[in-house]
Design a protein around this ligand. Structure first.
Ligand SMILES: [Zn+2]
Ligand SMILES: [Zn+2]
Length: 317
């Protein structure tokens, strides 16, 4: 099969050919129709997080067709032990032996893959392959982060990429006011956020006109944590949704005081996937998509790093 391989962290991903993967009992073989690009793919490629397996096929937002013609989605959560104290208490996202697609298990930047059937998600029929793929990490981990904001009426989104542009639509649908924050001077993305219903869009180093009840940080810049705390009303929660963040600078206790809190979100449970995939067509979430052929995954990652597209990059093998 054709595939794109990360052989060495810090280096480019390269097109190659690999033997067709063979499913073991319990696995599905999938012919891949689309695989969306996530910032975690870029963190692995750029060596901002450690690879657990090299070489590896990145990509964990996979839409594929089984040998018997069913369409399924493969998300980041690829396998759990089912027996650890987290799995036994409804927190399989924290499984101590969890295995993740496109990191521990070869992922979706390829023509074929195999996936444990128990972790594959049914996809809504009304969504095209290109529209379904971005839901599978950006959308559903963003949705998990949104749940942790409770009933916050004024919601800040720091970093307005794949996840935020989907969660903005969900939050507006739920009747919340969305405040979007981008890199300073990125007027194009601020306009994009307003076009998706954000009440306010501005630079991340500026305070919004009103205090916020919660914020989700999707960007990986640690200085956004105190920046978001400064925008919080008393009782507000700042949720860090990414897998990697640069160091958080020290900050005065007074911006945390007043029962403000900071927390992170890690991975997903299958229930998150089922809930979000049921909700997305109701909103409806419409992803802004830039497509790339399989041989151009490195270009897609480069464009993501540079902020050259709005929304989500989707690789079509
Ligand atoms: Zn992801
Ligand atoms: Zn477990």
């Amino acid at each position: 099969m054709r595939a794109v391989l990360l052989e060495r962290q810090g280096g480019p991903v390269k097109p190659t050919t690999l033997p067709d993967p063979e499913p073991v009992p319990g696995q599905l073989r999938l012919r891949i129709k689309a695989c969306a690009v996530c910032r975690t793919d870029l963190h692995l490629r750029d060596h901002e997080i450690e690879a657990t397996k090299l070489p590896v096929v990145l990509g964990h937002q996979i839409v594929g067709i089984t040998d018997d013609g069913r369409r399924v989605g493969v998300p980041w959560l690829g396998w759990t032990d089912g027996t650890c104290r987290y799995c036994q208490t409804d927190r399989e996202n924290l499984c101590v032996n969890g295995r993740f697609t496109g990191r521990d298990i070869d992922g979706g930047f390829a023509e074929l893959t195999v996936a444990d059937e128990r972790y594959c998600l049914a996809l809504p029929d009304e969504l095209s392959d290109e529209q379904a793929a971005p839901l599978l990490c950006g959308g559903l981990i963003g949705y998990r982060a949104l749940r942790f904001t409770g009933d916050a009426a004024r919601l800040g989104l720091y970093g307005f990429g794949s996840a935020a542009h989907q969660i903005c639509q969900v939050a507006v649908h739920q009747g919340r006011e969305v405040y979007a924050f981008t890199r300073p001077h990125d007027e194009r993305t601020q306009e994009f956020a307003r076009s998706l219903g954000a009440k306010y869009a501005g630079a991340s180093d500026e305070l919004p006109p009103e205090q916020l009840d919660a914020a989700i940080i999707f960007a990986s810049a640690g200085e956004l944590v105190p920046q978001a705390l400064r925008a919080m009303a008393p009782g507000g929660t700042v949720v860090c949704a990414g897998i990697h963040m640069t160091d958080i600078p020290s900050f005065p206790y007074e911006i945390l005081w007043g029962e403000r809190s900071v927390r992170s979100v890690a991975n997903l449970t299958r229930r998150d996937g089922e809930e979000f995939l049921a909700l997305a067509p109701e909103v409806p979430v419409r992803s802004t998509v830039s497509t790339y052929p399989l041989e151009h995954v490195e270009q897609a990652l480069d464009d993501l790093r540079a902020g050259r597209f709005e929304g989500t990059a989707v690789v079509l093998p």
